[in-house]
Design a binder for this molecule. Structure first.
Ligand code: SF4
Length: 262
């Protein structure tokens, strides 16, 4: 088959992750552009990210918890669009829960770090560069300049803590962002900080040149396969319990004869 839409011009770490999990998911999301309905968890993530982004638009001295809380009402307007509300069936009870959980996240976050002491080089930083032939693009939650003068990637996570058996996957996106920073800013971050703001825990890892090189190569190979599958007109489905569990294309796949696990 040939596709109605052109191949995307760039590849983000999350779309790369889609592709590596299941090429057919990438086809549906990025080529056919079939919308993925919001869930409560994704809406909550976007809601909290909005509040953190606004907090860091303030001068460091003004980044207090009271000012952070003032961004909750604007977040309702900015994030909870009619489409999102319809997707998750939002009513007043759910809205009150979301606001209370965001407030709790802020309380936890302010115990994790003092944002008045953070030197940030960028918030919601848009980066694009060709890395090993792969046109990468992404938006970083935050890029900090640490006290020792080096850069650190900061990624907020609003879900639970990861299973440590999957550590390599946990850092995969951020390590690709490190490659993207190196190519677009001319300076590689030396640390990655994943802030689990609902859990009060930060998981930190050093960035090594070996890892950045490996992530770059992996993205480059994936981009080559994406081009090949696009020209073939078919991205293979690779169903598995883990891949399909949270995928919104299950019904579509089953209708197309893919044996999606129950
Ligand atoms: S339901 Fe499973 S097989 Fe189908 S696109 Fe999603 S991950 Fe792939």
């Amino acid at each position: 088959m040939s596709f109605a839409h052109a191949l995307p011009q760039s590849l983000s770490p999350s779309r790369l992750s889609d592709f590596q999990t299941c090429p057919r998911r990438y086809q549906y999301a990025s080529i056919e552009r079939i919308p993925q309905p919001a869930s409560y968890a994704t809406a909550k993530g976007r809601f909290a990210h909005y509040v953190f982004e606004q907090l860091f638009t303030l001068a460091p001295v003004d980044r207090t918890i009271d000012h952070a809380r003032e961004f909750i009402v604007p977040a309702v307007e900015a994030i909870l669009t009619d489409d999102v509300r319809a997707d998750i069936g939002m009513d007043d009870v759910m809205l009150a829960k979301l606001v209370a959980e965001t407030d709790s996240i802020l309380t936890t976050y302010f115990l994790m770090e003092d944002p008045t002491a953070i030197s940030s080089e960028g918030v919601e930083l848009r980066l694009g560069a060709t890395v090993n032939g792969a046109p990468l693009f992404g938006i970083l939650d935050r890029l900090d300049r640490d006290a020792d003068g080096t850069l650190a990637i900061v990624d907020y996570k609003t879900g639970g803590l990861p299973n440590r058996n999957y550590d390599s996957q946990t850092f995969a996106n951020a390590e690709l962002y490190a490659a993207l920073c190196g190519a677009s800013l001319g300076e590689k971050p030396r640390k990655i900080r994943l802030m689990y703001v609902a859990m009060g825990e930060t998981i930190e890892r050093d960035v090594t040149d070996v890892v950045v090189e490996a992530r770059s190569n992996s993205a480059s190979k994936a981009w080559g396969r994406i081009n090949q599958y696009y020209n073939d007109g078919d991205f293979p489905a690779t169903p598995s319990v883990n891949a399909c569990r949270f995928c919104s294309y299950k019904d579509l796949c089953r209708a197309n004869g893919v044996p999606v696990p129950r």
